[in-house]
Design a protein around this ligand. Structure first.
Ligand code: PLP
Length: 396
């Protein structure tokens, strides 16, 4: 037997309480029992999205909600502006092209966040643009884009801001109504600590207006029909019942921890991971605008990242992520999103150090671990003996 450690930015680890909840007997999705559960889940999702709008639940991976966002609010031939700073920005572009939209592409160097002025200028030059599409957290480059500032550009205009927050929502605050985001999308297998299979999408009143006039074809992902059903606390088609039961438990866990604490935990783990990489002399992929979901780290050029990750998985049971497309083999991405704590960071850093040494790199074992420990320790100010309760009295 080999113990496995899943430390990738999706799928992520699932808490035991959630696994147990998902193993309960099936209930029918047109029953009062399911509708009660569904209504509570809907309310919990609104708190997470910080919106008064409906958060629709789809049976799909995250990309399903991305597709639904575009096909429900755009019409053939319309212009959109896509921020393309990585694999998932590229996906927005591909969806828009599949929909027959004219996309103005803003290419962003991988590892950088989009400059708000660049988007502002492009919008001035292209008055025909009807929507701006962006990632909140670009998982492939571990960058956080400035969504709040982008929302200021679109908020009081006819344009929509469509945000893929699949590795941001639940890791950092994204107040949909407060910032004026028009469409906010997420998925189950990242910060929401569930298996893959659920996607979520919420639309502002402006986006719903657009949905009425939009002419692109849609059937399974017709959000108007989905909204009608979800107002009756069920879904238009058979939902992923067990995942929704698990989600009920996830929302309870998040509520118990408190969302501000959930966000602080992610920031803290991300800080510790960055400190470790820097102490090892490894360059960060996104030093300026790092995501709280995962940390991308450049490998020494002599190391083949594919082989390194393979060796870590095979011999250590530790799964961290590599680079995609042009970053393939050159970086690793250490996840700290979802059901993650300090010792997930310690595991990842410690395993990475050992693997790098085994691959012949000139790094000192324990340097990264120590730097991470120093940051993580600041998260436990209460970790000291409490006066009056010594070891006496433990009964041993
Ligand atoms: C994971 C992810 C997606 C969705 O991918 P699926 O495989 O369809 O779930 C989209 N955008 C970002 C930023 C992601 O991290």
């Amino acid at each position: 037997m080999q113990k496995r450690y899943l430390l990738t930015p999706g799928p992520t680890q699932v808490p035991p309480e959630v696994l147990l909840r998902m193993s309960q007997p099936m209930v029918h999705h047109r029953s009062p029992e399911f509708s009660r559960l569904f209504a509570e889940v809907q309310a919990g999702l609104q708190r997470l999205f910080q919106t008064d709008q409906d958060v629709l639940i789809l049976a799909a991976s995250g990309t399903g909600a991305m597709e639904a966002a575009v096909f429900n609010t755009c019409s053939a031939g319309e212009s959109v502006l896509v921020v393309n700073g990585g694999k998932f920005g590229q996906r927005w572009l591909e969806i828009c092209r599949a929909a027959g939209l004219a996309a103005v592409e803003i290419r962003v160097e991988w590892g950088q966040a989009v400059a708000v002025e660049t988007v502002a200028r492009a919008l001035e030059q292209h008055p025909e643009v009807r929507a701006v599409l962006v990632q909140a957290s670009e998982t492939s480059t571990t960058v956080l884009h400035p969504v709040q500032a982008l929302a200021r550009l679109t908020r009081h205009t006819d344009r929509l801001l469509i945000v893929d927050a699949i590795t941001a929502l639940g890791a950092t605050a994204i107040p949909m109504d407060g910032w004026g985001i028009d469409i906010l999308v997420t998925g189950s297998q990242k910060a929401l600590m569930l298996p893959p299979g659920l996607a979520f999408v919420a639309l502002s009143p402006k986006a719903w207006q657009r949905a009425t006039a939009a002419s692109l074809p849609r059937f399974y992902f017709d959000l108007r029909r989905e909204r009608q059903a979800q107002h009756k606390h069920t879904t238009a088609y058979t939902p992923a019942v067990s995942l929704i039961a698990g989600l009920h438990e996830v929302l309870r866990l998040l509520q118990d921890e408190g969302l501000p604490q959930v966000y602080a935990r992610h920031a803290h783990l991300a800080r510790a991971t960055r400190a470790a990489a820097q102490a090892l002399g490894l360059r960060l992929l996104a030093p300026e605008h790092p995501s709280p979901a995962a940390t991308g780290v450049w490998l020494p050029p002599e190391v083949d990242g594919g082989q390194l990750l393979n060796a870590m998985r095979t011999h250590m049971g530790v799964d961290i992520a590599g680079g995609q497309d042009q970053l393939s083999g050159k970086i690793v991405r250490i996840s700290h999103i979802g059901y993650a704590g300090p010792f997930d960071v310690m595991t990842a850093i410690s395993a990475l150090e050992m693997a790098l040494v085994a691959f012949g790199c000139d790094i000192e074992l324990g340097r990264g671990v120590r730097a991470a420990q120093e940051v993580l320790l600041t998260g436990w100010p209460e970790l000291k003996p409490v006066s009056g309760t010594g070891s006496a009295g433990t009964g041993r």
